[in-house]
Design a protein. Structure first.
Ligand SMILES: Cc1ncc(COP(=O)(O)O)c(C=O)c1O
Length: 388
């Protein structure tokens, strides 16, 4: 009988979860409170502390946190919000939920991020907010954007979904925005399965977001659920059900403690890839910008026209070697949901270039050296095919 050699598949990402998370989860199960409760409060407090924020409001996802951020910032019908096209479509969707108009702007191909210049090119007379993204974990250069937006009285919302543990000018990302929004969905460096967070310096925004996530009930604000007296419930405005559960928060508390170790490990893995692929012509790997450090939540590389194979061919070669590559972010303006959108005068050339040419390599805490070498060899073999 022929023996079949089974090569283990290498995933592009995997959460790093262990016994500590399992025990934290079991404690919540036995506590009898599995919905939003004390663990959510504890997670919010420790997340705010770790990210230089005064207030943190946990939610069911990044998308719901961003929806709340737009509502508390007063964005609504008649307003334009500048959003990069090169990002997860949730940003444009949340703008649409509040009845505002997403206006797509371009990114700098070097970082994958918006700049003051690309935002400036997309401003309209109705621009009330911009959503800047720390794409793949790479910090956005916020100071020039802040200066531009302050001049025009535009709210800065930071999509830091991918960037827990990344730093901008020595500070945690998110701290310089009016409001920052985070994701704990499974593909993110710090995960609670699903989940999100909003952080802000503004007490009034935090209080309103806290109420809105629970149908704007006065009991949410007053912690009325803790009283035996059955206080009268009053819903102050039309709100939502966007709560995080204590089950998720308990996992988040443990994950947050592990964050520095997770970032350190990812930066090491990225360094190994960079060193090994440095000599290959036609490949460009994302790296730290001059003003900050990335957590390498995703390590993307750009397949330039000088590389002997296309991005699609390289993805195919990786797949043949049992490696799950992934295309880099897509361009929202090319999605059927937004194809009809006016992109104004802003060129989206950088966006289309990265969306057509980038791919994401496997990076996760527990990836071993043999797996990293398999990925490197598959790329090298594509760059220098046997017999060439
Ligand atoms: C930039 C960005 N924002 C947000 C999200 C996820 O949002 P959610 O927590 O709503 O799934 C992703 C997911 O990959 C993302 O890449």
């Amino acid at each position: 009988m022929a023996t079949e050699s089974v090569v283990a598949r290498i995933e592009v990402t995997k959460p790093w979860l262990g016994q500590e998370e399992a025990h934290a989860l079991a404690d919540v199960v036995y506590s009898g409170c599995v919905t939003q409760g004390p663990k959510v409060k504890e997670f919010e407090a420790s997340f705010a502390l770790a990210h230089g924020a005064r207030f943190a409001v946990a939610t069911s996802s990044f998308t719901t946190a961003l929806h709340l951020a737009l509502v508390v910032a007063g964005i609504g019908p008649g307003d334009d919000v500048v959003v990069p096209s090169l990002t997860f479509i949730a940003a444009a969707n949340a703008v649409t939920y509040v009845g505002a108009r997403p206006v797509f702007c371009d990114v700098d191909p070097a970082t994958g991020n918006v700049t003051a210049e690309t935002i400036h090119a997309a401003l309209t007379l109705d621009t009330r907010a911009v959503i800047v993204v720390d794409q793949a974990g790479v910090p956005v250069d916020l100071d020039p954007i802040r200066a531009l937006c302050d001049r025009h009285e535009i709210t800065v919302i930071e999509d830091a979904a991918c960037a827990a543990g990344s730093r901008y000018k020595g500070r945690p990302v998110g701290a310089g925005a009016d409001v920052a929004v985070w994701s704990f969905q499974q593909s993110h460096i710090l995960t609670t399965g699903e989940g999100g967070m909003l952080t802000t310096r503004r007490a009034d925004w935090a209080v309103r977001a806290r109420a809105l996530r629970e149908h704007s009930s006065n009991l949410a604000v007053l912690d009325g659920g803790e009283s035996c007296l059955s206080p009268r419930e009053i819903c102050l405005e039309v709100g939502f059900d966007y709560r995080m559960t204590d089950l998720q928060a308990a996992v988040g508390i443990v994950q947050l403690k592990r964050l520095p170790e997770m970032v350190e490990r990812r930066r090491k893995i990225a360094g190994t890839y960079m060193e090994a692929l440095a000599g290959l012509k036609g490949l460009r790997i994302v790296s730290d910008p001059p003003y900050g450090t990335t957590n390498f939540q995703s390590l993307w590389l750009e397949v330039l026209p000088t590389f002997p194979a296309s991005r699609e061919t390289l993805l195919g070669r990786l797949a043949e070697a049992g490696i799950t590559g992934r295309r880099g972010p897509y361009a929202a303006h090319r999605q059927p949901a937004y194809r009809w959108r006016d992109t104004g005068n802003a060129s989206l050339r950088g966006t289309e270039r990265l969306s057509d040419r980038t791919l994401v390599l496997p990076v996760f805490h527990e990836i071993d050296t043999a797996s990293i070498n398999r990925v490197i060899n598959a790329i090298r073999n594509t760059a220098h095919p046997v017999g060439s």
